[in-house]
Design a protein around this ligand. Structure first.
Ligand code: NFA
Length: 101
């Protein structure tokens, strides 16, 4: 016969543990040209011109701006790559990361 119901009687309610997200933060400085900051944001964070310009301007005016949030490894890799891109051109531009609350 085909009357053997093998479906579980109890519905699992355990919540999935999602990895903590980390912010990538753009830090203002007095030396890196605005247009170069925009180029880096577009290259490393896949932003369009107007998104990148707004993030650059926010950091310029307020000191810092959150660029995006990612899983820790990805945030750190992107922050390092973007900072290295600036170093290779002799600019002090800095991207840091911090865990989201
Ligand atoms: N403050 C820089 C300038 O006036 C531009 C800048 C913006 C640098 C955001 C770093 C981050 N040329």
């Amino acid at each position: 016969m085909s009357d053997t119901d093998l479906r579980p009687r109890i519905k699992a309610r355990t919540r999935t543990q999602r990895p903590q997200l980390h912010k990538v933060i753009l830090v203002n400085d007095d030396y890196t040209p605005r247009e170069f900051v925009v180029v880096v944001l577009k290259a490393e964070f896949r932003m369009n011109e107007s998104q990148a310009y707004r993030v650059m301007l926010t950091a310029h005016q307020r000191g810092v701006c959150v660029v995006a949030v990612f899983a820790r490894d990805i945030a750190e890799t992107k922050a390092t790559r973007a900072t290295d891109m600036a170093r290779s051109q002799g600019y002090p531009l800095l991207f840091t990361t911090e865990p989201e609350e």
